[in-house]
Design a protein around this ligand. Structure first.
Ligand code: IVH
Length: 694
């Protein structure tokens, strides 16, 4: 295929892919299968690779992202991005209508739209192509997030039709659909749980609501990560020097015809009564939508009258937002139970009489900690208000005072572990209570073993589904190290009944010859698991997968890690005080030291292999100085990569330096010295070429 033919085919494919994209993400009416779509996209990507000069920024292949922006450019808005006045009641809405009526002397209409709860975005199109996407910022200037916005499949990169102005701007709301939000938070939660964070810390770290998640996503540095966040957008505003419409509603129809995603529930109405009717309907109907809304926007439909009404300093006089009240309901508090996690953290949970709220049945609400119980002043028999204000996890906002019984006793936080009876401790400055009986408290012991065998840790899946519990109950395993001492005869015939928490069904787990073999084989196979995962598996608090990798790379072995003090630990990449302290504390516990010695004896890997593995001799005889931050490699990682290819790393530039490997923000004195001594300065990309890494 020559370049002309390739261009033709690329155009054809791009158009077809964008059309299918539009059908899928905007119209929700796909006409080809996912597999067929993927085939078209693959062909396009292949051609663009073969003919890189033909790759356009508007190509649908660009929706997967790949641009890394360290700092977003600040750009002035062509038209300031204003916000809206808020109202919370019908009477305030009436006042708005009266203000409008004073200016408009004829009959007029309103457009009622849902108020999407996301982040405002301004998109500029030139010659039918998306050229710029700006966040609202302070309203006068915003951040250029074009690369990230291009990844949102419902935002057209190229417009359909031909009757659009040469240049114009649309505004809309980027939001995260509830399904994407749930997926994101679930993944994040899993990761944090595995990293040893307790429930309260996890609750703090998760995205509180889809709006925060959307805002965070739009500002991510790596657009390929944005592409995976499942964002969506509704467009609700058009502005151009070249063209104006008579009515806002008409402009929405036009936007739709050019390929924009315009919300289908916008409604043209004749009177304030109809506006109020729209509000009433959507106050409850909104809970069935697949995205969050926090109100309704009421806009004067006639553009001529909009201009007449004009703006205040902050917002248009022709539009107003009516905000929904957060869904709240009162229900009896049945009891407070306490959960003990793998780390020993004890979390109070309010057990509620099941109640319907915003489309789901609420049975429980977390109370976070002891202070929360005091703050809410919870008493036995209380009725409490549960609220879901944009947040997914319901919270108790207050006690219903009208239902408090005269002689009701206040709830007190427990003083002993509900699982093992050990007095709880609360360290100064911490909000949580802990059960200190690490080695004797069943949920902590079982939790640690469950974590140890998890897929991303030692991956002993032959021990899943309640088998750990069984081994623990029979006194066969107390620590992960015990797994490696299990014998065939100890396991054969063990039986236990397990009740499924969700369904209440009882299952029997019994070990037959075959499953015993499988279990022992699984345990043996875990001896091949690399050191970095062993380090993660032993469950040191705050040492998640990434941290474990960095530690393994930096220290190379458990022995070296064990003797490191906090200061030495903090020398490793991304290790701060909190993690360092946690590691030191872990190894101060002799039981942990014994556990590791025991596992080592059984053959569990306690040394990094990768760090010593020789990959090539492309850098042999070379002395290299590294400075700055890199995109593909971590600071420690790039050093071991150099060694793996036979090179030597040195700290300062001298005449003996073969080259200075400079990342972003490389030290100016090193660069200067290299210049003086005529030492070549190589970029990360050039380095990757040398070591033959794509
Ligand atoms: S119109 C000049 N319509 O609400 C008028 N805004 O509090 C521009 N929003 O900044 C806004 N849904 O981010 C409009 N259907 C809708 C909206 C909407 C959500 C957001 C928008 C705006 C904020 C104002």
């Amino acid at each position: 295929m020559n370049a002309t033919q390739a261009k033709h085919r690329i155009d054809e494919l791009s158009q077809s892919i964008e059309e299918h994209n539009h059908r899928y993400y905007v119209l929700a009416h796909p006409s080809i299968s996912d597999a067929e779509f993927d085939r078209l996209l693959e062909e396009l990507i292949r051609l663009e690779k073969e003919f890189p000069e033909l790759l356009l920024p508007t190509s649908p292949s660009q929706r997967v992202g790949g641009t890394v922006t360290k700092q977003f450019k600040t750009v002035k808005h062509t038209y300031p991005m204003l916000s809206l006045g808020n109202t919370y009641s019908e009477s305030e809405l009436k006042e708005f209508d009266e203000r409008v009526r004073k200016v408009i002397t004829v009959d007029y209409k309103y457009v009622c739209e849902l108020k999407f709860d996301g982040v405002a975005i301004g998109l500029t199109y030139r010659n039918g192509e998306l050229v710029q996407a700006l966040t609202r910022g302070d309203g006068v200037q915003g951040d250029d997030v074009t690369a990230n916005i291009r990844t949102i499949p419902s935002i057209p990169l190229k417009l359909a039709g031909s009757d659009f102005p040469t240049e114009f701007e649309v505004r809309g709301e980027v939001f995260m659909p509830l399904s994407s939000f749930q997926r994101l938070n679930e993944a994040l939660k899993k990761q944090l749980e595995a990293d040893g964070y307790d429930e309260l810390e996890i609750a703090e770290k998760l995205f509180k609501n889809p709006r925060n998640a959307a805002a965070g996503s739009v500002k991510m540095q790596d657009s390929s990560l944005v592409a995976r966040r499942g964002l969506d957008a509704y467009i609700y505003f058009f502005q151009s020097e070249e063209r104006s419409f008579e009515s806002h509603f008409e402009s929405l129809q036009k936007l739709k015809s050019w390929g924009f995603k315009v919300n289908e529930y916008s409604q043209l109405v004749d009177s304030l009564e109809e506006v109020i009717n729209f509000l009433g309907q959507w106050d409850s109907k909104r809970h069935a939508l697949s995205y969050d809304t926090d109100g309704v926007v009421v806009k004067v439909d006639s553009i001529k009258w909009q201009k007449e009404l004009g703006f205040t300093a902050k917002s248009p006089r022709w539009a107003i937002a009516y905000k929904f009240k957060a869904a709240s309901v009162s229900t009896p508090l049945l009891s407070i139970t306490y959960q003990v996690g793998r780390t020993g953290a004890v979390t109070p949970v309010a057990q509620l009489h099941p109640v319907q709220l915003a489309g789901t049945t609420v049975r429980r609400a977390t109370l976070h900690n002891a202070d929360q119980i005091i703050k809410l002043d919870l008493h036995e028999g209380d009725h409490v208000f549960v609220e879901k204000g944009g947040e997914i996890i319901p919270k108790i906002t207050a006690v219903d005072p009208s239902c408090r019984k005269k002689d009701a006793l206040p709830y007190h936080y427990i003083s002993k572990c509900p699982e093992c009876g050990t007095p709880l401790v609360r360290t100064e400055g911490e909000v949580l209570h802990y059960c200190p009986n690490e080695m004797g408290c069943p949920p902590q012991i079982k939790g640690r073993i469950e974590h140890f065998i998890a897929r991303r840790a030692m991956d002993i899946n032959s021990l899943g589904e309640g088998k750990v519990e069984l081994l623990f109950d029979h006194g066969l395993v107390h620590t992960p190290a015990d797994l490696y001492h299990l014998k065939h005869d100890q396991l054969l015939g063990l039986t236990k009944e397990i009740t499924d928490e969700e369904t209440g069904k009882i299952r029997k787990v019994s070990f037959q010859e075959k499953s015993v073999d499988k279990i022992l084989k699984g345990i043996k196979a875990s001896l091949e698991i690399p050191f970095e995962r062993v380090l993660y598996a032993i469950g040191i608090r705050y040492v998640g997968e990434t941290v474990a990798k960095k530690l393994a790379r930096h220290f190379g072995s458990m022995d070296r890690l064990m003797i490191a003090d906090a200061e030495q630990l903090m020398q490793a990449e991304e290790i701060g005080e909190k993690i360092a302290d946690s590691i030191v504390q872990y190894f101060q516990n002799q039981a942990n030291v014994a556990l590791i010695a025991d596992m080592k004896k059984s053959g569990v890997r306690m040394e990094s292999e990768v760090a010593n593995e020789q990959l090539s001799d492309r850098l042999s005889g070379k002395t290299i100085v590294v400075s700055g931050v890199f995109t593909y490699f971590g600071r420690d990682e790039i050093k071991s990569v150099i060694e793996q290819h036979g090179g030597k790393v040195s700290g300062s530039v001298s005449a003996k330096t073969s080259f200075l490997l400079a990342g972003e923000e490389a030290g100016p004195s090193k660069l200067e010295k290299a210049k003086q001594l005529k030492v070549p300065v190589l970029s990360e990309q050039e380095f990757k070429n040398i070591i033959g890494q794509e």
